[in-house]
Ligand binder design. Sequence first.
Ligand code: ADP
Ligand code: MG
Length: 283
Amino acid sequence: MPRVSVSDVSKVFGPDTVALDSVSLEIESGEFVVVLGPSGAGKSTLLRILNALTDPTTGTVSIGGNPVSESREAVGMVFQMHYLIESMSAYRNALTGALGRTDDIRSVLTLNSRDDKKAALRALRTVGLLKQAEQRASSMSGGQKQRVGIARALVQNPSLLLADEPVSSLDPKAARDVMRYLKQAAEERDLTTIASLHQVNIAREFGERFIGIRDGRVVFDGSREELSMDIVDTLYYGEDNSQSPNRDSQPVPEVSDAWARIRLTIFSAVSSERRWFGELCFW
Ligand SMILES: Nc1ncnc2c1ncn2[C@@H]1O[C@H](COP(=O)(O)OP(=O)(O)O)[C@@H](O)[C@H]1O
Ligand SMILES: [Mg+2]
């Protein structure tokens, strides 16, 4: 179904906060797209518009040729904060993904069809949590919870999967695990996926196509090979990227000298607002 078309979309909050500024994009069926950009760039706003959680101020968005408002059920969303019901098992949480197609009485009585139950178990298998199906969400790690969040989105049987910073609250190992399962789920089901991330190295590891957003504008749209360090600098520091820590350490990605690595690590620890930079040390 998806050919996601975003055409000249702008979003203005209040009198003058321009969250998106004339964004146009085409995403084909089966693509795995990573949206990159600093905090406040407009990533969440873009994903929320694609999920009809908010309307664009101007411009149009369509999924498979239909307006987003008519495609809501075709769009699954994984949130930064997983929003699981902590007292319920992984299986029960995954099953809530089927609520959209369960009528009110059945959902109050938590009666689900056989197909929904199978879908929940299959989704848990996809994210490697079949054995933990009966485990309460409250006793799971952050990474496992986020994988249950992915399973819940899969149970919805979407044709477009959106993930808004799905790994930003996780440590690097758990973040990689979650991204691996997300990618695997997309491949297994031929799911068009758009994930926003701010960790550049994780983005490069898993993304196939990258869309860079800065100040609400698309400043880059290309492949991993095209996503050079200069482009990353411009994305995070703007045209005048003389302040970028990367200026002194060209060429990246190879930082082979141990001392340079230590310096970079200290720098990244000191510059807390540039958290993503710490990740670059390990490119
Ligand atoms: N509901 C809202 N009301 C007012 N301003 C908002 C709202 N949502 C986002 N913004 C503003 O829009 C801009 C883009 O935000 P957002 O899409 O959340 O960026 P990102 O996800 O890349 O951090 C920011 O300046 C943010 O403060
Ligand atoms: Mg955001």
